[in-house]
Design a protein around this ligand. Structure first.
Ligand code: DX5
Ligand code: ZN
Length: 223
């Protein structure tokens, strides 16, 4: 399996979202990464179900919805109805993570858990087989365009080993500050989904940036 690339629409030009989506639709990118922020779990507010419905109507690839919100269990079904194909909740925002993961699956979406940079991957040991994806935050969530945190490589390697030992096939997504500068090393460490906001939408040539990210990791884990 080749790794996936998920451009983060937070960095897109919202005055011309249709054209921005068209670039991704006709590129080798795999998903749209959609960041939902509530101003409580993270110090920023982005958009919710209403906007995602419009995104769904112009997206020709799955929507990977990253919920940076408190009490995500209150909104799972409505995000699924809005068009989410994969729903990721934060470990730090869930008192009953196992129940919330089941709720996402019952709603008919794939289930992911995101970890803030300070949260150890070992905390997922007992729930890993239930997860379609783990999202490792490589910046503190809340804003696009931040600097990549180097310790992420260590976390990817640890998580890769946990997943391989269990043979559960859970995807490892990296979110924040991902670019052509670190993509090779991330894929070599075992990452399977690269989220990229600024490095795609703010690139001189977004299509070339996506192609570059897709071909990261010549000696990748899966090749
Ligand atoms: C950060 C978001 C990211 C962000 C990534 O809180 O979860 O998905 O959009 O943007 P870049 O790639 O610019 O760091
Ligand atoms: Zn995100």
């Amino acid at each position: 399996m080749k790794h996936l690339v998920a451009p983060s629409v937070l960095a897109a030009d919202f005055t011309d979202l249709k054209s921005e989506f068209e670039i991704i639709n006709s590129s080798p990118a795999d998903w749209f990464h959609v960041d939902v922020m509530d101003g409580r779990f993270v110090p920023n507010i982005s958009f919710g179900q209403f906007i995602i419905k419009f995104m769904k109507s112009i997206a020709q690839k799955p929507l990977d919805v990253h919920l940076m919100i408190e009490e995500p269990e209150k909104y799972i079904e409505s995000f699924k109805d809005a068009g989410a194909d994969l729903i990721t909740v934060h470990y730090e925002a869930c008192n009953h993570l196992h129940r919330t993961i089941q709720q996402i699956k019952d709603a008919g979406a794939k289930a992911g858990v995101a970890l803030n940079p300070h949260t150890p991957v070992s905390l997922l040991e007992d729930i890993l087989p239930n997860l379609d994806m783990v999202c490792l935050m490589s910046v503190n969530p809340g804003f696009g365009g931040q600097k990549f945190i180097e310790n992420t490589y260590v976390k990817v390697r640890k998580l890769r080993k946990m997943i391989d030992d269990l043979n559960c096939g859970t995807l490892i997504e990296i979110d924040g500050g991902v670019s052509l500068q670190n993509a090779d090393k991330l894929v070599e460490a075992g990452a399977t989904v690269l989220v990229a906001g600024s490095s795609v939408f703010r690139a001189e040539n977004p299509l070339e940036a996506i192609k570059g990210l897709k071909s990261a990791g010549e000696k990748s884990y899966f090749v």
